[in-house]
Design a protein. Structure first.
Length: 411
């Protein structure tokens, strides 16, 4: 079974990439999206967040929103702002964020492999978000938000991507957040065949980010197979960018909680002392190693180090720091047993810094904050290989992929 195949990408016309490229649809709220499109008539947010062109307050899941997405996509194609390549290709995509750089391959990832769990997941999806992506794909007859996949670094792939990306890029855009996005087309038949065969030899790919998009693509494909049984399922794919695991940058994903669940700060400290060594800190605590946590409460920072006897080293999920904090602190002390649905807890990506935790607590919006050590790629892959699911909000990948640089039209 092939894991990937080339496709004829729908891309910005020459010189238009900077006008079109946009952050992923789910990293901003509606008000932020409206500000981002001001003065940018060709921003891809008009397709990925089409409510920006409709009255404020509209239900983002309204049929009018998906219809507007289709209208905007058709307009960009009609105006020649987006152009589809004439032949299938792969695309090399490089992200540069400060000193960090990662280079991957844009491809159509096999839905048959996804359904067979050879493209492995590590998160549950939420039905409302999955349904939203299904409606978006159906409305556009295209996949416009790439799924972020990872492969175990392999020289036979890495060397090809490095050689291609050593040439001048066709697209070179630096976004407002300072992240540089570069793109190259892989049109040579021999290179395409080599990449397809080399990926086919891999044991698995891993979904890093984009569980709702990949699940939605699988649902759309299944519905279309049911409607047209003769359609070859191995030809169905979803838009993906695939990076080697050793180039990934995962940041911390931190927690803030609204109240102390009836405890005083002294009560909290006494309970924590059962499982943790506690050390006060005059400066913000950014954990330096696994099983170490920062806590901000009552205007002060503390370093919490979990008793090693409480770490189930043979369980790939339970030994994660997000699980250890949940099982030893958040559930037993704060009564939050389902962090996916409990509105007393919120999550803050590490890109926002520890100051974001302090700000939420000092404003009185939250009572306590916990800083975590970032989950590692080896941990993520171990969970996926075991067929298990990670706790919610365990990983925050940076930099983010741009929407609009390559889209996959469903033929």
């Amino acid at each position: 079974m092939s894991l990937i195949k080339p496709f004829a990408g729908l891309r910005p016309a020459p010189g238009r990439a900077a006008d079109i490229a946009a952050p992923p649809y789910d990293v901003m709220n509606a008000a932020e999206a409206r500000r981002m499109v001001a003065g940018r008539p060709w921003s891809f947010l008009h397709i990925s967040r089409p409510e920006v062109d409709l009255p404020e307050g509209i239900d983002p899941y309204s049929p009018a929103v998906y219809a507007k997405a289709r209208e905007n996509l058709e307009q960009m194609i009609a105006e020649g702002v987006l152009i589809r390549d004439s032949a299938p290709a792969y695309y090399v995509y490089r992200l540069t964020m400060g000193a960090h750089q990662q280079t991957g391959l844009v491809a159509s990832a096999s839905i048959a492999a996804y359904d067979a769990e050879r493209i492995k997941k590590h998160e549950f999806t939420r039905p409302v978000k999955e349904d939203d992506r299904v409606r978006q794909i159906e409305a556009l007859n295209a996949q416009t938000g790439p799924v972020f996949l990872v492969y175990r670094a392999t020289a036979a792939i890495d060397d090809v991507l490095a050689a291609i990306s050593a040439t001048a890029a066709e697209v070179d855009v630096t976004a407002a957040d300072g992240v540089r996005h570069e793109l190259w087309t892989v049109a040579d038949a021999a290179e395409i065949a080599h990449l397809t065969a080399t990926f086919a030899a891999l044991d698995a790919l891993y979904v890093a980010d984009g569980h709702h998009r990949s699940a939605a693509a699988s649902r759309v494909a299944a519905a279309r197979r049911a409607a047209t049984p003769a359609e070859a399922s191995e030809q169905q794919g979803f838009l993906a960018v695939i990076f080697p695991h050793d180039q990934m940058q995962i940041l911390d994903y931190n927690r803030v909680i609204k109240d102390l669940h009836g405890m005083s700060i002294d009560d909290l400290m006494n309970h924590l002392a059962v499982a943790f060594a506690i050390e006060g800190s005059a400066t913000p605590v950014k954990p330096a190693q696994p099983h170490e946590f920062g806590m901000y409460v009552g205007g002060h920072w503390y370093r919490l180090t979990l008793d090693s006897a409480r770490i189930p080293h043979d369980d790939p999920v339970a030994r994660l720091d997000a699980s250890l904090l949940q099982d030893n602190v958040i559930a037993p002390l704060f009564g939050i047993h389902d962090p996916r649905r409990d509105d007393r807890i919120d999550f803050i990506g590490g890109i926002r810094g520890l100051e974001a935790l302090v700000k939420r607590v000092d404003a009185g919006e939250m009572a306590v904050a916990f800083a975590l050590y970032p989950t590692g790629m080896a941990e993520l892959m171990a969970v996926a290989d075991a067929g298990e699911v990670m706790p919610p909000k365990s990983t925050w990948f940076e930099p983010k992929l741009a929407d609009g640089l390559v889209s996959l039209v469903l033929d």
